[in-house]
Design a binder for this molecule. Structure first.
Ligand code: SER
Length: 331
């Protein structure tokens, strides 16, 4: 396995796909442009929706990004698992009517096994139940154990109305000791054993407001690889929070609280919540979202309040978040 800092992982990913003919585009703002269906950008593909539907012509049929995302659907899990966040960076490669499964699958495999050096025998993939085409392509990937291909009913990706399709997820088995111990534990289980690191979406439908799935004019690829998750694997850390992308924020909290991370499970949760929430606050404010009583501003306000509450639970008095934001900006 090749150790990489978070920054190096992102650079390696973007360079790899640039080498495969992709245009590297900077992260888009968290505020969706001309998209009333979304409150905030919560996936790498979200700002690219008009390119998938053909409404706008992309600057290149192949694009790669490292997109800042805010998604609050998992907010109650933040700090309680190794991998959930309200703010994260999503690496992705995208094809707008250009390449499809036959390229996207081997490239993902090549990046993970050759550039990152992940052990092939620990990788698992899931496919949509009727996606025999994806299975056939996966079976050709060197070193993938055919028994590590599973079919999952929920392998269909959509975010409100818009482009969507069946997907195929790549997991790494982090070992029994990280798992729930249940006999049924396998990719897709809620516990921390099988970590989903990459989702390859075969975007071929446009879901209408009425819930109808209309085939798109051309087939597309939308992939999302969680930077923090991949960094945790390559840095051999027990959670995303211990990577160089988040741990400096925890160290800041240790300093101002006088507490040590790892000493008490409940306090660890509070430290992790503050680290995560400091990132989402910084991401939102840099995109000019300000606390308010409605919409995006209310999301920010709620996150801010939660972070302060967890600070109080650690016994921190007075204002402390400004310092945490400073650490985020240095990272
Ligand atoms: N849209 C998919 C996701 O967010 C893949 O990019 O997981």
């Amino acid at each position: 396995m090749n150790y990489m800092t978070g920054k190096e992982v992102a650079e390696a990913f973007l360079k790899f796909f640039e080498g495969k003919g992709h245009l590297i585009m900077p992260s888009f703002s968290l505020i969706p442009e001309n998209d009333p269906t979304l409150l905030m950008i919560g996936a790498g593909m979200a700002p690219l929706k008009p390119f998938f539907t053909g409404k706008l012509k992309p600057p290149c049929p192949r694009v790669t990004t490292n997109q800042r995302c805010v998604r609050t659907g998992d907010i109650e899990n933040v700090g309680r698992t190794a991998r959930h966040h309200t703010a994260f960076m999503m690496l992705g490669n995208f094809s707008f009517g250009d390449y499809f499964k036959a390229e996207a699958i081997p490239w993902a495999w090549e990046f993970l096994t050759e550039v990152c050096g992940l052990p092939r025998e620990k990788l698992w993939v899931s496919i949509y139940p009727n996606d025999d085409e994806a299975e056939q392509i996966w079976l050709k990937q060197p070193g993938l154990n055919p028994e590590h291909i599973v079919r999952l009913e929920d392998n269909f990706w959509e975010i409100g109305p818009g482009p969507c399709g069946p997907d195929s997820e790549i997991y790494i088995d982090l070992g029994e000791e990280r798992g729930c111990g249940k006999e049924t534990c396998s990719p897709g289980c809620d516990c921390d054993r099988f970590l989903e690191i990459w989702n390859l979406v075969f975007t071929q439908f446009d879901r209408t407001e009425d819930g109808e799935y209309k085939p798109l004019e051309h087939k597309n690829i939308d992939t999302g690889c969680g930077l923090e998750r991949l960094a945790s694997v390559l840095q051999q850390k027990n959670s995303n929070f211990e990577t160089d992308l988040l741990f400096p924020i925890i160290e800041y909290v240790e300093n101002i609280s006088g507490l040590k991370f790892g000493d008490d499970a409940k306090r660890d949760i509070s430290m992790k919540v503050i680290a995560d929430h400091a990132r989402s606050m910084a991401f939102m404010i840099m995109d000019k979202i300000l606390p308010s009583n409605e919409g995006r501003g209310y999301v920010l306000r709620r996150i801010l309040r939660r972070a302060i509450r967890h600070g109080r639970m650690l016994g921190i008095k007075g204002a402390f978040l400004e310092g945490a934001i400073g650490v985020v900006s240095k990272i």
